[in-house]
Design a protein around this ligand. Structure first.
Ligand code: AP5
Ligand code: MG
Length: 213
């Protein structure tokens, strides 16, 4: 099954995509995680991506699409995948549609996680992430068992540079301008399901599972 998870910064895409990917036994592919890995490896792609991510802007479509399609060509994607943070522009959505159509494939379902702006800001300001497995935690709503340590890896959690209030503002503005039009794009194709992302994590997961049936 090929699933797209749409939602604003902080909507819970990473939190839910990890869980749903495990349930469906398909990889969770997050373009943000791929870029952050490239940044920490200090590659040319990482240097380029960092210059956009630090500003809260999108990495150019051409670079992003190339990286994503290369990831989708790996053997573990044959049975499907859950995409988190891609596509984010109409150009990216069209590039994905075209690449899939060339192989006689298509997106099976798009889930749009709806969360109010005030809640998004609350979530991003209290988020802590595992540098090893990328699991997001929240100091109030989703704390780890040991303070600031990942439950699975035991690694010290960190806060993302782009979760600073000024950068969050830009990320939200970019989302409303460039990514929101995708809701219509997938609704027109009859692929869109809306899920209230504001409920507690387990409830959101249950509703996502239902909407994937
Ligand atoms: P990316 O990493 O994709 O960031 P994002 O879209 O801004 O989304 P986030 O990861 O911030 O939020 P999330 O929805 O995953 O929320 P999470 O589950 O962590 O992209 C970063 C940057 O990379 C972009 O700005 C851009 O520069 C670049 N980039 C990436 N993809 C690109 C693309 N396709 N094209 C161009 N550029 C691209 O949850 C947030 C917090 O809330 C956590 O603390 C969590 O514990 C908590 N939480 C989650 N669910 C709940 C709940 N139900 N109740 C209470 N708390 C909850
Ligand atoms: Mg994320």
């Amino acid at each position: 099954m090929r699933v797209i998870l749409l939602g604003a910064p902080g909507a819970g895409k990473g939190t839910q995509a990890g869980k749903i990917g495990e349930r469906l036994s398909v990889p969770h592919i997050a373009t943000g995680d791929l870029f952050r890995a490239a940044v920490s490896q200090g590659t040319e792609l990482g240097k380029l991506a960092k210059s956009y991510m630090d500003q809260g802007e999108l990495v150019p479509d051409q670079v992003t699409v190339r990286m994503l399609l290369e990831r989708l060509s790996q053997p573990d994607c044959r049975k499907g995948y859950i995409l988190d943070g891609f596509p984010r522009t109409l150009e990216q959505a069209q590039a994905l549609d075209t690449a899939l159509a060339e192989r006689g494939d298509k997106v099976d379902r798009t889930i749009y996680l709806e969360v109010s702006e005030a809640e998004l800001v609350r979530r991003l300001s209290g988020r802590w992430i595992c540098p090893v497995c990328q699991t997001p935690y929240h100091e109030v709503t989703n704390p780890p068992r040991t303070p600031r340590r990942c439950d699975k890896e035991g690694a010290a959690l960190y806060q993302r540079d782009d979760d600073k209030p000024e950068t969050v503002k830009t990320r939200l503005a970019v989302y409303f301008q460039q990514t929101v039009p995708l809701i219509q794009h997938y609704a027109r194709q009859g692929l869109l399901r809306r899920v209230n992302g504001e409920k507690e994590i387990q409830q959101v997961e249950r509703e996502m599972v239902t909407s994937l049936r």
